[in-house]
Write a new protein. Structure first.
Length: 640
């Protein structure tokens, strides 16, 4: 009789949910674009999606939005098979996951890595893709919505035409929580245009060694600055309907040089701080973020005292979920299970889940991983209680986001209807202005004065890709190749605009360089991400330096004129004798798409206010020796 009643109940539930149908597309041409290509890339989709279910949910069922989330989760969980639970715990990559697999495997999430984009990378392409995935989620037995994840780490940076904000290290130099809140909100609004509601950001690494290839992803070496800015950004995102992720839990910024995974110099390495230092410095931002409502944490590739964080039960479960009271879910990093200590892939899956990872980012092996979870549970290697805890956490987040009521995101409020709005570009420019650090200014060479002739040179002066760095339209980023990497203004664009306004002549022709009163030299680093940016050579001619740095420096020096050097880089480099030779030095970090913010400050329209967020080493090889000679201490920065 019980079996018969359960079958009837399930049948009734299916009937009651069958009203979730696919709607038709509709046009919205309320905002004309300047060109056909710009419209395709940046304007909100003319197609919307599917209406929410109209049939009244069964009283007391998980579709009843009047019930407390905990009751809805418990009801849904009680109806799920082990296979359906394992599917919710899995996230595959867009380039691999077929639309139909969201239905057949019941995947809880799909993601895009850096540069993994649909179609021509237009808003309509993104919306269409997400809709197809959601159509298949709505065709499953229990109609559990899927959610799309993406690395919108300094703007919605996978999508052409989005505003690219300064990278985190520059935001740390600006150190303005109010602007960070606004940035979080702006990125959220641009993400909502593409219906990608889960952001793998902010990175809350407390960076300690600039030789690390992810240094620019860290706000500061000071956990208080990291915490303050991350909390503000998180609130801006959540207030505007985006699910944020604090990463990489924990200690990714404090790995010891020489301990990197595989051939890496430092990335994915081992943290060897004392337990107290680890808690007080590296874990501090997470504790505060959890108290501020954080819903997702991404486990780090790195280790603590030899144990990979993705299999570290004490820190994932006892500390994060226990001591800190984290109620959201933990997601692994990209194929992180491959680096764990088990003897097989299945054993690595068991280690991660038993340690406290709730969702596995398995871009390629998601189907195998689902099967392994099922087999491991049936074999008693993963307790069902651990599976139920993981799935409950994932479902709680989805219910609280309102996805069950609005799976197609038709009711999302929007502040803008296109990418790259003037208001968000102005915000990004303001953050650029505040992020610039004046390191030196002999004889008040800056600000530039009316009537001056200024020769500009260097590989970073007119390259959008160099300004933006990694995680911009691709994983590693790239330099401009014949055209700008994305929409915006290079530093040279900005200088020309402000020169016209302030009566300064900008000279770009080397043959006229001798006419100049001063030189602006822009040098820096190539774009890179993660371990590709690990380097032991932190000079301006090292492995990550921009091609043409040395040539431009030599030519500027040959002119014998006062020189203003702009450093466009993801970290504070070793400058050697060059620093003494230059008259003015400005650290620009990676300013993003609004290079006119640099010009604004050079012309004095906006004052310098940035402070270096990490110590500036003369010799990085002294790090960890106990005897370090600094060029400048954290917090240094001049003003006019």
């Amino acid at each position: 009789m019980k079996k018969l009643l359960s079958v009837l109940l399930a049948f009734t539930m299916v009937i009651s949910l069958s009203a979730c149908k696919t709607g038709t597309d509709k046009k919205d041409s309320s905002k004309p674009a300047t060109s056909a290509s710009d419209t395709a890339a940046t304007t909100a989709p003319t197609a919307e999606t599917t209406a929410s279910p109209t049939a009244a949910p069964a009283p007391g069922s998980y579709m009843d939005a009047s019930l407390p989330t905990a009751d809805r989760v418990a009801d849904l969980l009680s109806q799920m098979t082990l296979e359906e639970k394992a599917g919710q715990m899995m996230q595959g990559a867009r380039y691999k996951v077929a639309d139909s697999e969201v239905k057949s495997l019941g995947l809880g999430s799909v993601l895009s890595g850096g540069g993994d984009v649909p179609g021509a990378n237009t808003i309509s392409d993104w919306v269409s893709m997400v809709k197809k995935y959601q159509d298949n989620a709505m065709a499953t037995r229990l109609k559990i919505p899927f959610i799309y994840g993406i690395d919108a780490v300094h703007g919605h940076s996978n999508v052409y035409g989005a505003v690219i904000f300064p990278q985190n290290i520059g935001l740390g130099a600006a150190n303005d929580p109010d602007l960070m809140y606004k940035m979080g909100a702006a990125v959220a609004e641009e993400m909502k245009l593409t219906h990608t509601l889960w952001n793998f950001s902010p990175c809350v690494a407390v960076g300690q060694d600039p030789r690390w290839g992810r240094t620019y992803e860290s706000f500061s070496s000071d956990p208080a600055i990291v915490t303050s800015l991350a909390v503000a950004y998180l609130k801006g995102q959540s207030d505007h309907g985006i699910l944020s992720t604090a990463k990489h839990y924990a200690g990714d910024g404090a790995t010891l040089f020489g301990t990197g995974e595989g051939t890496n110099l430092i990335d994915r390495g081992d943290v060897r701080l004392s337990a107290d230092d680890f808690m007080n410095k590296q874990l501090a931002p997470y504790k505060e973020l959890v108290a501020s409502g954080l819903k997702v944490v991404m486990a780090s590739f790195s280790s603590y005292q030899g144990t990979k964080m993705s299999e570290n039960t004490y820190y994932l479960t006892d500390v994060l979920k226990g001591q800190f009271g984290f109620k959201g879910f933990v997601v692994s990093d990209w194929e992180a299970t491959a680096g764990l200590s088990g003897g097989s892939y299945q054993e690595n899956i068991e280690l991660a889940i038993n340690a406290g990872v709730d969702m596995l980012m398995e871009p390629n092996n998601y189907e195998v991983a689902i099967g392994d979870i099922v087999d491991s549970v049936n074999a008693g290697k993963i307790p069902m209680s651990r599976i139920d805890d993981a799935v409950s956490r994932i479902l709680t987040v989805k219910f609280d986001m309102g996805l069950f009521e609005d799976p197609y995101m038709t009711n999302l409020p929007h502040e803008v209807d296109a990418l790259g709005s003037t208001q968000y570009r102005d915000l990004a420019k303001q953050l650029v202005e505040k992020s610039l650090v004046l390191m030196k200014n002999e004889n008040n060479l800056l600000p530039l004065q009316k009537g001056e002739k200024v020769f500009v040179t260097g590989p970073a002066i007119d390259d959008m890709g160099a300004q933006c760095g990694g995680w911009t339209l691709s994983w590693q980023g790239s330099l401009d190749q014949g055209s700008k990497l994305t929409q915006g203004q290079t530093i040279l664009d900005g200088l020309k605009t402000y020169a016209d306004k302030y009566g300064v002549e900008i000279i770009t022709d080397k043959n006229r360089a001798s006419e100049a009163d001063a030189v602006i030299l822009a040098v820096g680093e190539i774009p890179y991400a993660e371990y590709m940016g690990d380097t032991a050579d932190m000079t301006l001619t090292g492995s990550t330096s921009l091609p043409g740095n040395q040539e431009a420096m030599d030519f500027a020096a040959s002119l014998g004129k006062p020189t203003i050097t702009l450093i466009v880089a993801g970290r504070q480099l070793e400058l050697g004798d060059s620093f003494d030779a230059w008259n003015s030095v400005v650290m620009c970090y990676l300013p993003g798409s609004e290079g006119d913010g640099v010009a604004s400050v050079l012309f004095g329209e906006t004052p310098f206010s940035g402070k270096i967020p990490m110590p500036w080493y003369k010799d990085v090889n002294e790090i960890g020796t106990g005897s370090v000679d600094l060029l400048f201490a954290k917090g240094f920065g001049l003003s006019y």
